[in-house]
Design a protein around this ligand. Structure first.
Ligand code: TRP
Length: 326
């Protein structure tokens, strides 16, 4: 099986957009690829964070992945800082990374703006660590969202520079695998679902809470009274139906909306039931996992051992290429 690597920062509870856009895809990929999924704690410390809640956030992310269907027997799941070869390779790769390339990174520019009081070297060299994450496993594919394409491009550039400098083809250039999953808009209908925009449905919410949020979600603004007909084409909730509801339900809502036969609340109730069908099993499984931290810690340690073995094999070759083979 071809190898695939992806990473995610432990930044707190995940939402429906994360599930539809990424995790669901990862769950499918684990049957087709040799998957390595990392919780990238070393990346997370490039901005201010709360040390006291780091452990909990890491465990929470691991539990969420497992609750969503990542199977530790199929995919390797581990904490980045537990595999030391990532940082070793990062240093080596930093000696072939052009500053000009790092200066172009839009994520760095955005974060530098957001955290202008703390523009540190780690924030700047973040993409070099990301390249090391991928290259230390010689991964062929990297499933990511569009915002990460630039980081995969620079990973390829860094692999090329390394290979050229040391006259080798040791590090393969990875390709991004853009998620097939839909890009879910937020409840506001204005922007992508995101925690910071507070337009999200969390994977830890129950049916009541989901319905409460849906009640406030934006629909066709021209439809003020129930007797007004609406235009499903411009209704964000109808866009959600296309993701979550059966064709029959979609038709019912679409036709009903145009003819004012069905109200927005009824439409949202159908949506709520369908979303809850996805979220409820995840929420319940997660609650179960919450009772057994040791089980999760075991999975992560196991993952780290397996990944260290692969990463060390790569590093033996890298050290040899560098002339460090005494
Ligand atoms: N930078 C990625 C993000 O913000 C997280 C990440 C770190 C990553 N290392 C990675 C993603 C390696 C893919 C591969 O989402």
């Amino acid at each position: 099986m071809k190898r695939l690597f992806s990473g995610a920062q432990p930044t707190g509870t995940l939402h429906l957009g994360n599930y539809i856009g990424a995790i669901k895809n990862w769950v499918e990929l684990q049957n087709k690829y040799d998957c390595i999924f990392s919780i990238v704690d070393l990346h997370a410390i490039t901005i201010e964070y709360n040390q006291k809640s780091m452990r909990e956030k890491i465990l929470d992310l691991a539990k969420t992945y497992i609750a969503c269907g990542i199977e530790p027997d199929k995919a390797k799941l581990f904490i980045q800082s537990q595999v030391k070869q990532h940082t070793e390779l990062m240093w080596i790769l930093s000696t072939v990374t052009p500053l000009g390339e790092l200066n172009r990174m839009t994520q760095f520019k955005d974060k530098a703006k957001q955290h202008s009081h703390n523009i540190n070297l780690g924030l700047y060299s973040y993409p070099v660590l990301q390249a090391a994450d991928i290259l230390v496993y010689k991964a062929e594919f990297v499933p990511v969202g569009e915002d990460q394409i630039q980081h995969i491009e620079i990973t390829r550039e860094i692999a090329r520079k390394f290979n050229f400098r040391f006259n080798t083809d040791y590090l393969p250039e990875p390709k991004e695998l853009l998620s097939k999953g839909a890009r879910l808009m937020g409840l506001d209908g204005d922007s992508k679902m995101s925690k910071s925009k507070n337009n999200f449905i969390g994977l830890d919410e129950d049916e009541k809470s989901i319905m409460n949020k849906l009640r406030g979600a934006k629909t066709d603004p021209a439809r003020i009274k129930r007797t007004d007909s609406g235009n499903p084409k411009i209704c964000n909730m109808f866009a959600w139906h296309k993701i979550f509801s059966s064709e029959e339900e979609q038709n019912k809502c679409s036709d009903g909306c145009k003819t004012a036969q069905i109200g927005c609340v009824d439409c949202k109730k159908i949506l709520c039931a369908n979303i809850n069908k996805i979220i409820e099993p995840i929420r319940l499984k997660k609650q179960e996992l919450d009772k057994d931290n040791d089980y999760i810690i075991d999975i992560l340690k196991n993952g780290a051992v397996k990944c260290s073995n692969i990463a060390e094999e790569t590093m033996i070759g890298v050290r040899d290429i560098l002339g460090f083979n005494i």
